[in-house]
Design a binder for this molecule. Structure first.
Ligand code: NIG
Ligand code: FE
Length: 414
């Protein structure tokens, strides 16, 4: 049986088989009076209502809905989150507001390391409940696919505990979940003066092969930053991960320009994230290598840092995606509509570019574009109904999500 969704104004990027870069990123298809025929959760037909309903045998339909001309876009894809954590760090936010730098809190044993202690102290059930709650909050704001990283474990047992919880979220919520192993999120206290050995013996020698054997993570990510992991350490880790069959990402040049974006280009990682301090040369090299820039404007907002050069990156031919980076430290935000507004208002992306950045390019950044990220025949019927005339409402109606209804695989889920 099929479902017919009609009388909607559909806005979607169009998938050409690779991430949209340069002027392509702004190309959005608009179908004024559109319809979508859905079978088994997938879009069978999409286009002008007249076309979609021509010759349609209505007795085949189990459901039909008139959207009254409402604006519809693809479900948001959030390709970078640390949503799996046990405890908030509101106290640290207060310290940061009082002027203490983010990396200084980590240096003093707080930050990511305090989240490691919280994961250690929580039962798997507790960790699952807090993670699920945030995932459902993201879903209500239009996120239908989400990447979630481990990285508050830093030991094999705790990383596996997190990855189990992440797997459960994928089974027990309507969201598509992409799991990333991020054992290289910080150097654990006990390895403080031996980061090289932690990388070579523990991460590469022990954790990566065991995580791979369990088939519980698809990507490997590393925090390449002054006082965390160097470019050389990150290179060794990502090369080893790639050789074992992981897809790769890198937290690059968030606070200091270490050359993480250059490493992303060198290794052609699927994406590099943050890039607040990245150099033009390295960003252009990323564009040439096809590495996607995943920009996290709510982190710049929360850290009170200058925003990444999103406008320039697009002009330089780098495919740009955006993500929340939702985490208890540098950015407690699971709202893609908020990210959308920041992208338009503070990184000078056009509405069309921001729509591509939060849907199709974001799907590419987690290797899901074959299945989702745009509303086209053959892809999943994951879509969001907006309260507004066009996607512009996402930036215009500030402080409101503008998200009225959320559909996953053709079913209303929020
Ligand atoms: O992407 N920069 C590193 N990791 C996270 C923050 C994690 C935390 O502070 O808990 C980020 O901003
Ligand atoms: Fe992050």
């Amino acid at each position: 049986m099929k479902k017919l969704y009609r009388n909607m104004r559909i806005f979607t990027p169009v998938d050409g088989g690779k991430p949209l870069a340069g002027a392509e990123q702004a190309k959005i298809s608009e179908i004024k009076k559109g319809a979508m025929l859905v079978a088994d959760g997938l879009i069978e037909k999409i286009g002008a209502e007249e076309e979609v309903t021509k010759g349609l045998d209505r007795s085949q339909l189990c459901f039909e809905k008139d959207f009254g001309g409402a604006c519809v876009i693809p479900g948001f894809v959030d390709p970078h989150t640390h949503l799996c954590f046990a405890k908030r760090r509101e106290d640290e936010f207060g310290m940061r507001l009082a002027g203490l730098p983010y990396l200084e809190i980590l240096k003093r044993g707080g930050g990511i390391l305090s989240s490691v202690n919280a994961v250690k102290g929580a039962t798997e059930e507790q960790l699952f409940e807090t993670t699920k709650k945030l995932a459902l909050s993201a879903l209500a704001k239009g996120t239908t696919t989400i990447e979630i990283k481990s990285g508050y474990g830093l030991s094999l047992d705790l990383e596996l505990k997190m990855l189990e919880v992440i797997r459960r979220v994928s089974f027990e919520t309507p969201l598509d979940v992409v799991p990333t192993f991020m054992g290289a999120h910080a150097v654990p206290q006990e390895w403080k003066n031996e980061a090289d050995r932690f990388v070579d013996e523990i991460l590469i020698g022990d954790m990566l092969p065991k995580i791979k054997a369990q088939g519980i993570a698809e990507f490997c990510d590393v925090f390449c930053e002054e006082g965390v992991f160097s470019v050389n350490q990150s290179r060794r880790l990502l090369k080893a991960a790639k050789a074992m069959g992981f897809d790769t990402k890198i937290h690059a040049d968030e606070v200091h320009d270490l050359g993480g974006a250059g490493l992303a280009a060198e290794l052609a990682t699927r994406s590099a994230e943050h890039l607040l301090a990245a150099s033009e040369d390295n960003l252009r090299a990323m564009g040439k290598a096809g590495s996607i820039a995943v920009l996290l404007p709510a982190t710049a907002y929360s850290l009170k840092k200058p925003y990444a050069q999103g406008r320039q990156m697009i002009d330089w031919g780098v495919p740009v995606a955006m993500a929340t980076d939702c985490n208890p430290g540098s950015c407690f935000c699971e709202s893609v509509p908020f990210i959308f507004g920041l992208g338009v208002m503070n990184m000078d992306l056009t509405v069309e570019e921001a729509l591509t950045a939060t849907t199709l390019n974001a799907a590419y950044a987690i290797n899901r574009a074959k299945k989702l990220g745009s509303l086209e025949a053959g892809k999943q019927a994951d879509f969001v109904v907006l309260d507004g005339e066009t996607p512009t409402t996402l930036a215009y109606h500030a402080g409101s999500t503008s998200v009225e209804e959320v559909y996953k695989l053709g079913e209303k889920v929020a």
